[in-house]
Write a protein that binds this ligand. Structure first.
Ligand SMILES: [Mn+2]
Length: 339
């Protein structure tokens, strides 16, 4: 197995949320950062944390290397949202949310210039890149941790806006309360959030019932060109830059495709590869999903220096579909043989 970044990136200890709160309370200026191609949990936890900190008088900036919030998440755009590294970054406490490793933020400058880093996350393979790290793999989403943090910050009533942002992270990271991370805690949190004013149907309509035409057609293209191994164990597809250009689709429009592949009967692992905007210089992006408890696709993603959860992981590569599929196929069968 390829060595992970864990040992080289580890900066500090694992701590409880009280210690995270203590540092936040002592800071005047803070920058909250999350991962590129932000999802509901990245944006939800960025927004929830920023609103909480603002409510206790902190000067907060929210950083993301992606300057555009996906349309379905526009309603939870974090306050003071920017893709520029703050000029006064040295004076700001950096808090990374929902990032398994520092490179997920995709700003070397941010991490090089920041003098103090806190890390709040729920990815099991988190590298503990913060000076203080609160990583809880049992949490369904990072917003769950931020919601809990509110109490440690002395905020008993986080309010409706924080509840909505928290709920978005919860409903998206649990696959609408269907993935295996949907514990009784997840439902208890949902109940609390509804009591705090979340309109579940309104959130559903905004996120899941507002699918753009380009996205719908892109899913069609992905399904038409899908392939699978002879025994159906692995289903895979690849979208080229041309596929995106023809439909005027963006990377955000690719969300949900890998889940459609995974839902095919008999599939253990779904693989989705797509070309990224050439100006990004990142080659292709791969996503892996498994429905099996005995498989860990994050290990496979790490062989391309990617990462994620046991059941959902991603990586960047310049390899083509055939090469990627061959490596995934071999790794999956080796894991099955060993289990
Ligand atoms: Mn998450």
């Amino acid at each position: 197995m390829t060595e992970t970044a864990t040992s080289s990136e580890t900066r500090g200890p694992a701590v409880g949320l009280e210690q995270i709160a203590e540092e936040l309370l002592a800071a005047d200026k803070i920058v909250v950062a999350s991962h590129l191609n932000p999802d509901g949990d990245a944006l939800g936890s960025s927004r929830a944390l920023a609103l909480l900190l603002q409510s206790i008088g902190k000067d907060v900036i929210v950083y993301n290397s992606d300057p555009v919030v996906p349309a379905e998440y526009a309603f939870i755009t974090p306050p003071n949202f920017t893709s520029e590294v703050p000029e006064d970054i040295e004076d700001r406490l950096l808090v990374a949310v929902d990032c398994g490793n520092a490179s997920r933020v995709r700003s070397e400058e941010l991490f090089e210039r920041a003098t103090r880093i806190l890390n709040i996350d729920h990815h099991g393979d988190n590298t503990h890149f913060g000076h203080l790290n609160h990583v809880r793999a049992s949490a369904a989403c990072t917003t769950q941790l931020v919601w809990e943090l509110a109490g440690h910050l002395g905020i008993d009533e986080p309010g409706r806006e924080v509840a909505i942002a928290t709920y978005v992270g919860l409903v998206t990271d649990t696959g609408r309360f269907q993935y295996s991370n949907t514990t009784s805690d997840a439902f208890e949190l949902a109940a609390q959030l509804v009591r705090s004013g979340v309109d579940v149907h309104d959130v559903f309509t905004r996120i899941f019932e507002s699918v753009g035409w380009a996205r719908t057609k892109l899913l069609g293209t992905a399904l038409r060109s899908a392939v699978r191994t002879e025994d159906g164990l692995i289903v895979a597809t690849h979208l080229t830059q041309d596929d995106f250009d023809l439909l005027g689709a963006t990377e955000d429009d690719a969300e949900g495709i890998v889940d459609a592949l995974r839902s095919v009967a008999g599939t253990s692992v779904a693989l989705f590869l797509r070309d990224l905007d050439p100006s990004d210089g990142l080659g292709r992006k791969g996503s892996l999903r498994t429905t099996r408890e005995d498989l860990d696709v994050s290990i496979i993603a790490r062989s391309w220096n990617g990462g994620g959860h046991r059941q959902a992981a991603g990586f960047n590569t310049t390899d083509d579909l055939e090469t990627v599929l061959a490596r995934v196929d071999a790794a999956v069968r080796a894991q099955i043989a060993a289990s």
